[in-house]
Design a protein around this ligand. Structure first.
Ligand code: ATP
Ligand code: MG
Length: 233
């Protein structure tokens, strides 16, 4: 699928916005995929980057870094900065309040790409800020492309995975996370050749829990799934 939103926006063509989940345990290849493929092109980019020291999205997109100050984020948005990396700081409550404000600001940025790293820090299975709910249920209608990551899908809000146009799933290390992903991806038991000509059943949970690093199962917009490995760096 082409993600050339710059062209689409300037040509006034049909809205191709997407909501994409990138799920997997630490080190399985999520951020590498996002940098290598999802952020090749964008009109405008806003990143919620709690692990900026190691992720270095600012270096990647040559963006402006805003640390813990929503007023400064507003100023950067108004100044027209093309790529802004927001690094949340403070207590859990302060970070959640910042996330709510971040989502409200993003809502107004028609045509932008928004990346939220590690949703488990700011949403729960049964709760998320209203502004995030709005983004993940109606962001596409605002012309937004929304990318969200999580190491622990069982702990993020359920609406998000349910509303995704695409889901990229790497290995997860707990059964409850694998169960959420097996449901979201719609996986079926697979039958692989075993010893003595007998086939061996591999259940959906096992398929997800045994993925080697950088290997993924990807749910496409047409609900089909494909399997693959991250492009080498
Ligand atoms: N295809 C690949 N081959 C070899 N190394 C890779 C490949 N893809 C990613 N890596 C390396 O693996 C490491 C972990 O990848 P990455 O940062 O994408 O993981 P992650 O899923 O985002 O982890 P975290 O949840 O901790 O942020 C990085 O150092 C990255 O350079
Ligand atoms: Mg990462």
């Amino acid at each position: 699928m082409t993600r050339n939103k710059a062209t689409a926006a300037t040509a006034g063509t049909k809205n191709k916005a997407d909501i994409i989940a990138v799920i997997g345990a630490s080190g399985t290849g999520k951020s590498s995929y996002i940098k290598g493929e999802l952020l090749k092109r964008y009109l405008r980019l806003l990143v919620w980057s709690p692990l900026e020291k190691t992720d270095d999205y600012a270096g990647f997109c040559k963006g402006v870094v805003v640390t813990g100050k929503i007023s400064e984020l507003v100023a950067q948005v108004k100044s027209g900065a093309r790529a802004i990396v927001y690094v949340p700081t403070g207590s859990d409550a302060e970070v959640k309040a910042q996330f709510d404000r971040f989502c409200r600001i993003v809502w107004e940025l028609n045509g932008a790409t928004v990346l939220v790293e590690e949703l488990s820090r700011v949403t729960m299975a049964s709760w998320s800020p209203q502004a995030w709910k709005n983004l993940s249920t109606a962001g596409r209608h605002q012309g937004l492309t929304i990318i969200g990551t999580s190491q622990r899908p069982a702990t993020i809000d359920k609406d998000f995975l349910g509303n995704c146009t695409e889901i990229r799933c790497y290995r997860v290390n707990y059964d409850n996370d694998a169960k959420v992903m097996a449901d979201s991806l719609g996986l079926q038991t697979q039958y692989e050749p075993g010893t003595g000509g007998k086939s061996v059943a591999v259940k959906p949970l096992q398929q997800i829990r045994t993925l080697p690093n950088f290997h993924f199962i990807h749910k496409n917009p047409d609900l089909s799934t494909r399997r693959g490995v991250n492009k080498s760096l």
